[in-house]
Design a protein. Sequence first.
Length: 118
Amino acid sequence: MEHPKRACHVMLIAHLPSGYILGSFARRQWRGMSGVVTAAMIGSVIPDVDMLYFHFIDGGHIHHHAYITHWPLFWAATGILSLSAARLLGWPRPALIGIFFAGAMLHMVLDTVASPIS
């Protein structure tokens, strides 16, 4: 099993910069919209919020990639529901929601390279 402290460093080294790169590309598409890079960066690390549970509650017994926050279907379904709700409610910037969830899915892709996810 991967050492917990190493896992935190890998998250910052891999996922945050990947979110920045995604956000930089997305910013070209949505010029003038604020928050694009921020949404992508937060989305790219949000699946690792489970590290709080992993460290403080589970005690590292179950690898955090087994948690629901590392299920690609969870992020795809939550993204579709969020975008649908934004459309129904008339939220003015649904692109930010899409970028956030694209960041989360990028996290899933990158994690498949490091270790299996569900």
